[in-house]
Design a binder for this molecule. Structure first.
Ligand code: FAD
Ligand code: NAI
Length: 467
């Protein structure tokens, strides 16, 4: 049986399901194909959401164990890991079912199975329940996301050698946990298990964690996380791994050469990045170009080299973030409906949900120096923010960078309480082409953490009031 659609989206993650909803809102007949058996993609099922659920639970545990006493509340917490993991799964279920409801509400056809592009205007789905369904498509959108990258000698079994998925399902706290990769996943999930009592060692190939972020933030983050108990082996590469049923011994050596050492761990999380996922999609057969790393190549309109086939989200690379994927989903749907869909790649925030949160948007100081841009910088510490002190959560700072001549905001970097929420004010200002003075002259409620953003903006003009 074959059915005709204006848009057939392959992949029901943040890129795909959002694209399908927006297309339907604009009057297009849309279908979304997802093989996982649950919508929401990596993000809702095994990524953003479960990670944030565990980060929140373990933050509360950490507060009960170490911080509440300062507020005059004396408690001795007892960990019930099963409840914590079950709660995380319940949150995932609620959200993924919510997306399924949104498909019905928007009259998007949801096909449960694996989609393969069998012609430039046709997708054939191998249904999870058996059988096949052929969808005729005016336009096809590839939104198949990404998968864990690994090293040839690290065989992931999700028990001892884990990806992020396994590391969010452990029902026992490992005594010693190795984390290979000091990026976003390594630090978020490393924090989770560190808070629950694991001895966590982060092994990072580069000399510093969090590549790509502002240098000052990277240094501060490592210092703060070290204070929390995470151990760091930077400038170190893992060269071999020997597994038993319950342990793994990693061989490590300095990245620049030197003596090798072996260390035994109870579990290991591999978090060295993610790779595009295009397995069994039929891309070569229909002639869709991919780059040397396997990312689907697209033009300015997110269209591949094959007319009518578009690609969005992690599968095209760039920032592998859910909100970037969503923006691309909306942009493609709007273009297909004849509107001028657009993604402003210069203003996409990135947040690392460790404590305190690390958030970033726009250019780093290093990037501006390299590009020879004359800029001003304003910085404000949370130590001087009344709300942060009242909350007992005052580590970190806000830094705003603006153009030396025009004062237009070029970037902002925050490490501090609720940094992920605070960055949004600067994102908005940047989207409107705003200046540091625009933020500085905006009235902020007192006492509030956002006042630290205002003060950093004032500091750009060397006129912060409280520091
Ligand atoms: P995906 O979410 O990967 O969705 C693609 C979907 O396509 C998958 O469900 C897959 O099953 C399906 N699929 C693939 N091939 C086929 C096929 N042939 N037929 C049918 N279906 C198919 N990002 C953030 O912005 N914030 C965070 O806090 C954050 N936390 C993360 C934490 C972890 C542990 C991980 C792993 C990632 C995190 N990310 C976060 C990244 C975020 O999950 C991704 O950027 C986002 O999910 C990308 O969306 P997508 O729709 O492009 O791909
Ligand atoms: P990442 O790219 O953030 O970090 C990988 C780290 O591993 C880097 O520091 C890199 O230098 C290091 N590395 C690479 N090869 C190595 C090796 N052989 N040995 C030791 N270190 C090595 O990737 P990560 O953490 O796996 O996350 C994948 C994606 O998921 C990211 O693109 C990220 O954007 C997204 N994500 C986003 C989150 C958020 O927005 N809060 C949370 C988690 C993931």
């Amino acid at each position: 049986m074959s059915d005709n659609f204006d848009v057939v989206v392959i992949g029901g993650g943040p890129a795909g399901y959002v694209c399908a909803i927006r297309a339907a809102q604009l009057g297009l007949k849309a279908a979304v194909i997802e093989k996982r058996g649950s919508l929401g993609g990596t993000c809702l099922n095994v990524g953003c959401i479960p990670a944030k659920a565990l980060l929140q639970s373990t933050h509360l545990y950490e507060m009960a164990a170490h911080e509440m006493a300062d507020h005059g509340i004396k408690v001795t917490p007892k960990l019930d890991l099963d409840t914590m993991i079950d709660r995380k799964e319940a949150v995932v279920k609620q959200l993924t079912q919510g997306v399924e409801f949104l498909m019905k509400k928007n009259k998007v056809k949801y096909v449960v199975g694996e989609g393969k592009i069998t012609a430039a205007d046709q997708v054939t789905v191998t249904l999870n329940d058996g059988g096949e369904e052929v969808l005729q498509a005016e336009n096809i959108v590839i939104a198949t996301g990404s998968d864990v990258a690994s090293l040839p000698f690290l065989e992931i079994d999700e028990k001892v050698m884990m990806s992020s998925t396994g590391a969010m399902e452990m029902r026992k706290v490992p005594k010693k946990l190795a984390v290979i990769g000091g990026g976003v996943i390594g630090l978020e999930l490393g924090s989770v298990w560190n808070r629950l009592g694991s001895e966590v060692t982060v092994i990072e190939f580069l000399d510093q964690i969090l590549p790509g972020m502002d240098g000052e933030i990277r240094k501060t983050a490592q210092r703060m996380l070290k204070k929390q108990g995470l151990k760091f082996k930077t400038g170190t590469k893992v060269t071999a791994a020997k597994k038993t049923k319950t342990t793994v011994t990693l061989s490590m050596e300095p990245a620049k050469g030197g003596d090798a050492e072996d260390e035994k761990f109870d579990a290991c999380l591999v978090a060295i990045g993610r790779k595009p996922y295009t397995d069994n999609l039929g891309l070569s057969e229909v002639g869709v170009d991919m780059d040397e790393r396997g990312f689907v190549k697209v033009d300015h309109d997110l269209q591949t080299n094959v007319a009518g086939i578009f690609a969005i989200g992690d599968v095209i690379g760039g920032m592998m973030l859910a909100h970037k994927a969503e923006e691309e989903g909306v942009a493609v749907a709007e273009m297909l409906a004849g509107q001028s869909g657009h993604v402003n790649y210069d203003v996409i925030p990135g947040v690392v949900y460790v404590h305190p949160e690390i958030a970033s948007v726009g250019k780093t100081e290093e990037g501006l120096k390299e590009a020879g841009v004359d800029y001003k910088s304003g910085k404000f510490p949370f130590q001087a923010n009344g709300r942060a002190l009242a909350n007992g959560d005052s580590e970190g700072f806000v830094k705003i960078l603006s153009d030396a001549k025009t004062d237009r905001v070029l970037g902002a970097h925050i490490i501090g309480p609720q940094g992920g929420d605070l960055i949004q004010e600067v994102v908005q200002a940047m989207e409107f082409g705003g200046s540091a003075e625009d933020i500085a002259r905006t009235c902020h409620g007192h006492p509030g953490l956002p006042e630290a953003v205002k003060e950093a903006a004032l500091a750009v003009a060397k006129r912060a009031i409280h520091s």
